[in-house]
Design a protein around this ligand. Structure first.
Ligand code: UDX
Ligand code: UDX
Ligand code: ADP
Length: 461
């Protein structure tokens, strides 16, 4: 039986659900799309007439929301009404790493997913296609299926896996022009219904269909491979610092081998984001569940290397500042986990700051898009010290020059373009001497900064 999709509901209006549904709404004006979230504040922000107030920052997103909102794109807290009306339901809720119980610190916490499944089962009165959009451990579809099919209602549910490959900061471009779209499922007609949506703007030879499990595993594997590249080049960066090689030169040299390729070889202070660490922890947890210790250990090393990179970056600052940062002002430029996003989940900046705070440093943070309260919440979540102490030791500045004034050192932790344009001579004039810059992103120009009088350290040089 072929499906006609007239109404879509997406549960979870976050970094994945928001941009994805906005682009589908833009491309399919005849389909009504309702994004629902239990977070009323978030929904209010999506509905705010002032597009600068949208809850997530993504280049190009506000224009698309402006075009589609109120036409065929709606934001609501009425989860049940939207589920009931929809022909197709995307689940795009968060699946954070568990911080309690079995699998603590490793497994994905599926409580939000399960809640969605139960809500769908309770409300649905007509057949639904349910699409997993969140990153999930392999075989989650089995759990979803079991909940949906054991509700006693006469409704048919078809489960599809359609993992999201967009990267934050480039979400709109990634959605409009994806390398591929992946759809896993069991029912041919349900798969076709989703293919028909994407094929309105994506070439059909870029739309892959697989079984449910391959689709689920591919998402984890893709992120594990990407993160592995970053950890691999970061491991080489440390060796470069000892041997006199330059990691950028090494990356260029190996990247020109077409079998290796040039992308994702930028040495950094460490990868962050909501996906890489969480997905690898997931892979490791699943491998261990099947007693694949070697597989688990292999992937776990990618995370250990990343932790080491953040730790050694902070250690280097402490050591260079004559083995003490106690009471010394250190400016952190960049708090987001990468440029062009206001997302800070698992950002390297959080961990670098935490190490420096252990040494009682006086931390001043500036980020162009991250609100100040988020900085405190991120640090408090680590539970390393009483909240009052964090608030005493950390300040967040609205102005980068203010953040750097009287500082002993500056740490660059996000590659925001605007940092390159600063008046570095002016910054130098107002800093303590000697004035150090620790560039965790290899963003700035060494020759220029050394001319100004900075002592400049960059990863892998
Ligand atoms: C399988 C086999 O059935 C069993 O005989 C074998 O001993 C172990 O692997 P199964 O429950 O089917 O067990 O595997 P799977 O569901 O893939 O994962 C195991 C458990 O870990 C499940 O409860 C799963 O929900 C959970 N899990 C896995 C998480 O909660 N989070 C994760 O990130 C990964
Ligand atoms: C990632 C995947 O790229 C995307 O396909 C998936 O859907 C979600 O996870 P995202 O986390 O948004 O996307 O960002 P990504 O661009 O992959 O960067 C992740 C982290 O790695 C960032 O902290 C980034 O700074 C770092 N990174 C990336 C490096 O340090 N060096 C690199 O060469 C590339
Ligand atoms: P992601 O990066 O995966 O999009 P986010 O945390 O940005 O993650 O977004 C997930 C959203 O899902 C959050 O806004 C959260 O409030 C919402 N959410 C989680 N569970 C439910 C639920 N059962 N019903 C409605 N919304 C939910």
């Amino acid at each position: 039986m072929a499906f006609t999709i007239k109404k879509i509901c997406c549960i979870g209006a976050g970094y994945v659900g928001g941009p994805t549904m906005s682009v589908i709404a833009q491309q399919c004006p005849d389909i009504q799309i309702t994004l629902v979230d239990m977070n009323a504040e978030r929904i209010a922000a999506w509905n705010d007439p002032d597009l600068d107030q949208l809850p997530i920052y993504e280049p190009g997103l506000s224009a698309i929301v402006e075009e589609a909102r109120g036409r065929n794109l709606f934001f609501s807290t009425d989860v049940e009404a939207a589920i009931e009306e929809a022909d197709m339901i995307f689940i795009s809720v968060n699946t954070p790493t568990k911080n309690y119980g079995k699998g603590k610190g490793m497994a994905a916490d599926l409580k939000y997913i399960e809640l969605c499944a139960r809500q769908i089962a309770a409300v649905a009165t007509s057949d639904k296609i349910v699409v997993e959009k969140s990153t999930l451990p392999v075989r989650t579809a089995a759990a979803l299926k079991s909940i949906l099919h054991n509700t006693g209602s006469a409704v048919n549910f078809h489960i599809l896996s359609n993992p999201e490959f967009l990267a934050e900061g480039t979400a709109v471009q990634d959605l409009l022009n994806p390398d591929r779209v992946l759809i896993g499922g069991e029912n041919k007609d349900a798969i076709q219904a989703l293919v028909d949506i994407y094929s309105r703007w994506v070439d059909t030879d870029r739309i892959l269909t697989t079984n449910l499990w391959s689709s689920e595993l591919s998402k984890l594997t893709a992120n594990a491979f990407l993160a592995q590249r970053v950890s691999s080049i970061n491991s080489i960066s440390e060796l470069c610092e000892k041997t006199g090689a330059d990691v950028q030169e090494v990356a260029r040299a190996i990247g020109m081998d077409s079998r290796i390729g040039s992308k994702f070889l930028k040495a950094s202070v460490g990868f962050g984001g909501s996906c890489f660490q969480k997905d690898i922890l997931n892979l490791v947890y699943i491998a261990r569940t099947y007693n694949l210790d070697e597989v688990a250990d292999y992937w776990e090393q990618v995370i250990l290397m990343n932790n080491h990179q953040k730790q050694r970056f902070a250690d280097n600052i402490i050591q260079t500042l004559f083995n003490t940062v106690n009471g010394k002002k250190i400016a952190i430029l960049g708090w987001a986990f990468k440029k062009d996003t206001n997302d800070t989940r698992e950002s390297a900046a959080i961990y670098v700051a935490d190490h420096l705070l252990n040494e009682q440093a006086d931390i001043h943070v500036y980020d162009p898009k991250v609100p100040s309260e988020k900085v405190f919440v991120d640090l408090e979540y680590l539970n390393s010290r009483p909240a009052a102490e964090t608030r005493r030791l950390v300040s967040v500045s609205e102005d980068p020059y203010e953040a750097c004034k009287d500082a002993h050192a500056i740490a660059i932790l996000t590659e925001w373009d605007e940092f390159k344009e600063y008046d570095w001579a002016r910054i130098k004039r107002h800093m303590k001497s000697p004035s150090f810059i620790f560039d965790g992103r290899k963003l700035l120009d060494r020759v220029k900064l050394e001319e100004i009088g900075f002592i400049y350290y960059a990863i892998g040089e």
